[in-house]
Design a protein around this ligand. Sequence first.
Ligand SMILES: *Cc1c(COP(=O)(O)O)cnc(C)c1O
Length: 373
Amino acid sequence: MTPKIASFLDTQPETPCLVLDLDRVAENYAALRRALPAAKIYYAVKANPAAPILRLLAEQGACFDAASLPEIEQCLAAGAAADSISFGNTVKKASAIAAAHAHGVPLYAFDSAEELDKIAAHAPGAKVYCRIAVNNAGAEWPLSKKFGTTCARAKALLLAAPAMGLVPHGLSFHVGSQQTGAEAYKLAIAEVAMLFTDLKNHGVELKMLNLGGGFPIRYQEDVPEADQFGSAIMTAMTQHFGNDLPDMLLEPGRAMVGNAGVVAAEAVLVCQRMPEDERRWVYLDIGRYGGLAETEGEAIRYRISAGTGPMGPVVLAGPSCDGVDVIYEKTPYHLPLDLKTGDRVLIHDTGAYVTTYASQNFNGFAPLQEYYV
Ligand SMILES: *Cc1c(COP(=O)(O)O)cnc(C)c1O
């Protein structure tokens, strides 16, 4: 926890709340730029669309990967130029494409013929890029089951784009979120490089490769540093593209904001619920519906603290009346034996993928408060 967050928490804000240190976001942005200076950074807005974050990144010259018209408008309101925005969702409403086009957003993602038709109809002349489904092994929050197509289909669609009045601009992939190894990027780069060559031989010269997001942050376990990903990516790029490098885009979400935030929560109930289970149940005032959606399947295992002293095993759950609202039951968690009802519990590295996942008043609970310091 940073000193700024610690001193804000000393004011005893009502919980649950997220406190996020903007200096940390600036540091993360600078570290990613250093790790991969050849790439342009498009912040994946969905990770945390708070205005102070968007303003800071726009001021630093970052670009933005937006998934919807409201995200595009949030970027514009934060001072981003329309031409620094990519409409990166492969699933867009026709009306959103038309509005983005009217705003001057230049870049559109697709992974199907049907979406390409929509873009041609509502954003004539736009630059399009096709998302390839690549191996997501090593990712703790995979994405490739839902997005991306094959290289063969991408080739056919990009060859068809000019006749539809579109500019075939590039390819993209996403190796899965919280990707713990650089190998996935190397494999993906090798695969898309062949398609670049193939398309060039057919008269379509792509200009851009979007490497997506995926860079991990440290939750419980160490992960490789951004530098290690950066050098693995650059090595693979030069190996497969030689001196003829395309424009490289990187779309970090988690790595930009995750470690900048801490959620302060309260233990609403600490109890020994079942006689045969030695573990205490700790019910917090935030759970799956309060924003901790990535604890689904216990995929993301946050670091959780509540003071020092002798520790004992716990099950962690949310405050709602829903049976699915258990945060960690299989993953071993330990909290102080003297933890009692009303005590504060901190959930670390919750700057990404938390605030916007909070439900609207399920069981009457308001979405968590957010403070940007
Ligand atoms: C979610 C998303 C990202 C960000 O992924 P992280 O793993 O958080 O870096 C980047 N690009 C696209 C298209 C996404 O959907």
